[in-house]
Design a protein around this ligand. Structure first.
Ligand code: G3P
Ligand code: MG
Length: 262
């Protein structure tokens, strides 16, 4: 079983990089998070048709690229023409990230290694079918083996809302640190048995409607509690005072200073 997360731990993770400074889940977003002082970033990972893991949040290209539709049938060559940055409008109204690629997991981990960051890889629920999703987990595991050999000081946590994907990761790569994401409103009995069965180190609830009692209950069992997504410093302080061990934030440049311990 994983080591309990010590009391007083405060980890601040850049949610999808630094998405208020650069387009979420891009190499630029990871670099901006590093430049803003982040130690940890979270990235979302799903899979395209040829089995390549890619960094993207939604199950379609619509919101964060210049294309539309699902990407589950694309090949690596198809990624080359996709612009994952032009949609992002900076404060001055410009589009400074036009031409930013939709990154593969390999490219993202390359930047993470180069920047000396630690990473929470969230495996998305994956709508590519059971076989492709299982293969995605295996591909992520291989990437993490490579990262561990080229950047041994980068810490890695793998999270998912889908316990089956975490279970596969635990079998395929037993030393992987795991976190179970909790859907808002998930029945309380559910997380307990799932967390125990999977041997996760943290249970990560949504901030919406989150109450002190649940944070304390999860912490009392020794699990970390990393809350998503927290953009107000006051709320972050409140959560830490309840015992939360971490937060995911869109505003790493403002909330990153709340870190006290890794
Ligand atoms: O991992 C925390 C958070 O990223 C989970 O939700 O939808 O932002 O990926 P989502
Ligand atoms: Mg996520």
């Amino acid at each position: 079983l994983p080591r309990p997360v010590p009391a007083g731990t405060r980890v601040v993770l850049g949610h999808r990089g630094a998405p208020s400074l650069a387009p979420e889940n891009t190499l630029a977003s990871i670099r901006r998070a590093a430049r803003a002082g982040a130690s940890w970033v979270e990235i979302d990972v799903d899979v395209i048709g040829d089995g390549t893991p890619v960094v993207i949040h939604d199950s379609t290209l619509d919101r964060t690229t210049d294309r539309t539709g699902p990407y589950y049938a694309l090949s690596r060559e198809d990624l080359e023409g996709i612009d994952a940055g032009a949609w992002f409008i900076a404060e001055d109204g410009s589009r400074p990230y036009a031409g930013e690629p939709l990154p593969t997991l390999g490219q993202a981990l390359g930047v993470i290694a180069a920047e000396g960051l630690s990473v929470n890889v969230e495996i998305k629920p994956c709508e590519a079918g059971a076989r492709a999703c299982a293969d995605l987990v295996d591909a992520v595991a291989e990437h993490l083996d490579r990262l561990a050999s080229c950047a041994p000081s980068s810490q890695v946590v793998v999270s998912s809302f889908n316990p089956l994907l975490l279970e596969r990761m635990a079998r395929r790569r037993p030393a992987t640190r795991l976190a179970l994401l909790m859907e808002a409103g998930m029945p309380v009995g559910d997380w307990r048995s799932r967390a125990e069965m999977l041997g996760v180190e943290a249970v990560n609830p949504a901030d919406e409607g989150l109450e002190r009692a649940l944070v304390e209950e999860i912490r009392a069992l020794g699990y970390g509690v990393n809350v998503w997504t927290v953009n107000s410093p006051e709320r972050a302080e409140e959560l830490f005072s309840w015992g939360a061990s971490g937060i995911f934030t869109d505003r790493i440049h403002e909330l990153g200073r709340l870190v006290t311990e890794m």
